[in-house]
Design a protein around this ligand. Structure first.
Ligand code: SF4
Length: 208
């Protein structure tokens, strides 16, 4: 885990960042939030309107769906770290351009290197593609990646990477929502349970 000072330095860099044109239309940059020793990290695409106003990730209607998905598998939102591939809102909620993703990528790299999550869940195509590329994996499509769990190393951190749909895409598409709920139930929940079991065994062995 990185130090609190290092993390606060990173947050303040993001809040005043002008590395890509998105700085000029944002209200607030949205660095991310969650415990610095979180085992699970969720990475979305970019802040939307509510997030841009509040400066916090996943606080609009997609955020409410994420909260209910987390609670459906017994995970508290306050126990996970949540961020986005780009930290400032693209105008009109368009997809971020590749140049913007590239400009912002060092921040996500530093977050992973500081937090050292054991599991990363990429939400949506942009997050999935970005994390696959960071892990040196070949990206084909979200349909091909969805439901798979890859053991990868990102920024020197060994972790499990999985990709599912973005909650915003599932809000008005019942079919997609069902698939997203199934991914939480059948892929993400077992991953989280597996990780807890590994941790428990390790601790028990430690105290033998
Ligand atoms: S999106 Fe990222 S790189 Fe662009 S201005 Fe915001 S923080 Fe900086």
């Amino acid at each position: 885990m990185g130090s609190k000072e290092d993390y606060e330095g990173l947050v303040s860099e993001i809040l005043s960042c002008t590395r890509c044109p998105l700085y000029s239309s944002r209200t607030r940059a949205v660095p991310g939030e969650g415990p610095l020793n979180a085992s699970i990290m969720f990475v979305g695409e970019a802040p939307g309107r509510s997030e841009d106003l509040e400066g916090r990730p996943f606080v609009g209607s997609a955020g409410k769906l994420l909260d209910s998905l987390l609670s459906s598998i017994g995970v508290e939102r306050g126990g996970v770290y949540i961020t986005n591939v780009v930290k400032c809102r693209p105008p009109g909620n368009r997809e971020p351009f590749d140049s913007e993703v590239r400009a912002c990528n060092p921040y996500l790299r530093r977050q992973i290197s500081m937090i050292k999550p054991k599991i990363i869940v990429a939400l949506g195509r942009i997050a999935g593609r970005t994390l696959y590329e960071m892990a040196g994996l070949r990206w084909d499509s979200i349909r091909a990646a969805r439901g798979r769990v890859e053991r990868v190393r990102v920024e020197g951190v060994d972790l499990m990477l999985t990709v599912t749909f973005h909650p915003a895409a599932a809000l008005y598409n019942p079919g997609l929502r069902e698939e997203l709920e199934n991914d939480f139930k059948n892929v993400i929940a077992p991953l989280v349970r597996g990780f807890k079991t590994v941790r428990k065994t390790t601790l028990e062995e430690f105290f033998k």
